[in-house]
Ligand binder design. Structure first.
Ligand SMILES: [Zn+2]
Length: 331
């Protein structure tokens, strides 16, 4: 990763130039940094970002210079089988901003206007940068199909887990159990509304206490740990749902019993990106039903991006966001 001065992007007829004010560092960015997830290079990474409109193309309507906006980075082709069937998140021609076209780890970014959403005034820009991950979580909760009264377990209480906790409650969960090996993250999970928190080792017992001999209706895997995912099969109830939400290393594999899946009629499902969920995420935040307070714990300048891409440098961090207006490393 290097910090370089480049030409400002062109603003075509359908584009808007955004002055980036906050861009979250995502697990995907870290996978790219480690070489586990391949993208074309050179590339300006960063896909969780918010900013202010500074210029708009001649064809752009509905947005004005000065508007505070957030980006939906998933640029689709609109013509493939999946787009035509309404599964735009599975688009064969997906070319996401921040992985396949230049993104938000920059002062200025060109974004097609249709991928921008206005940010409510009540949100700070660093909170607004987290609308993209929240939109992913909204889709995940749709996939999980929680019904009122469900006992929901969320394995992993990082920034994503804590958004899922809030959404699970909103969707009618009677009890939300949050699992994380780190105490600080369990504490934040409680602040976000988890009823019970525990370590992965304690989880089977904790769930059994709530639903003795039965298990949880829905288990959401929101940590990239294979061991944690395998453990989830021990506390989901018969006929229950396991939602694989976390991003894993390509080639990672899970050891599960196909007998158990069949015998217990388990539903094991995935969740990818955020098809048509950005506006719903914005509306949830505007109404105050979901809060992003405390999700971003560290804000640093572009000069510290390479440091922020290795979480080992920020052991206590929730979400780290880049603010390009910070010109020197913070003390
Ligand atoms: Zn498509």
């Amino acid at each position: 990763v290097s910090l370089e001065e480049v030409e400002a992007p062109d603003c075509t007829q359908e584009d808007v130039l955004v002055r980036v004010e906050s861009c979250g560092v995502c697990g995907t960015d870290r996978s790219i940094f480690r070489g586990e997830y391949k993208v074309p290079v050179p590339m300006i990474l960063g896909h969780e970002y918010s900013g202010t409109v500074i210029e708009k193309g001649s064809q752009v309507t509905g947005l004005s210079v000065g508007d505070r906006v957030v980006v939906d980075p998933n640029v689709v082709d609109d013509v493939c089988f999946y787009c035509r069937r309404g599964f735009s998140n599975l688009c064969s021609g997906l070319s996401p901003i921040g992985t396949h076209r230049n993104g938000g780890f920059a002062e200025i970014s060109a974004v097609p206007a249709r991928y921008l959403y206005r940010v409510p005034d009540s949100l700070s820009m660093s909170e607004a940068s987290q609308i993209e991950p929240l939109a992913c979580c909204v889709h995940g909760i749709d996939q999980a199909a929680i019904v009122s009264g469900d006992v929901v377990v969320i394995s992993g209480s990082g920034p994503i887990g804590c958004l899922l906790i809030q959404l699970a409650r909103l969707n009618g969960a009677s009890t939300v159990v949050a699992i994380d090996p780190r105490e600080a993250r369990r504490n934040f999970a409680r602040e976000c509304g988890a009823d019970v928190t525990c370590t992965p080792e304690e989880a089977p017992r904790a769930v059994d206490k709530i639903r003795p001999g039965v298990g949880a209706d829905v288990v959401i895997v929101a940590s990239g740990s294979v061991a944690a995912a395998e453990l989830c099969f021990r506390y989901v109830r018969r006929g229950g749902t396991i939602l694989m939400f976390a991003v894993y290393e390509q080639g990672a594999s899970l050891s599960v019993s196909p007998f158990d899946i069949n015998e217990n009629e388990l539903r094991v499902i995935g969740s990818y990106n955020n098809p048509a969920t950005h506006q719903r995420a914005v509306d949830l935040l505007a109404s105050g039903r979901v809060s992003l307070r405390g999700v971003v714990t560290h804000v640093v300048g572009l000069a510290e991006l390479s440091k922020a891409l290795d979480l080992g440098n920020f052991p206590t961090a929730g979400k780290i966001a880049i603010d390009p207006s910070i010109r020197a490393p913070l003390p």
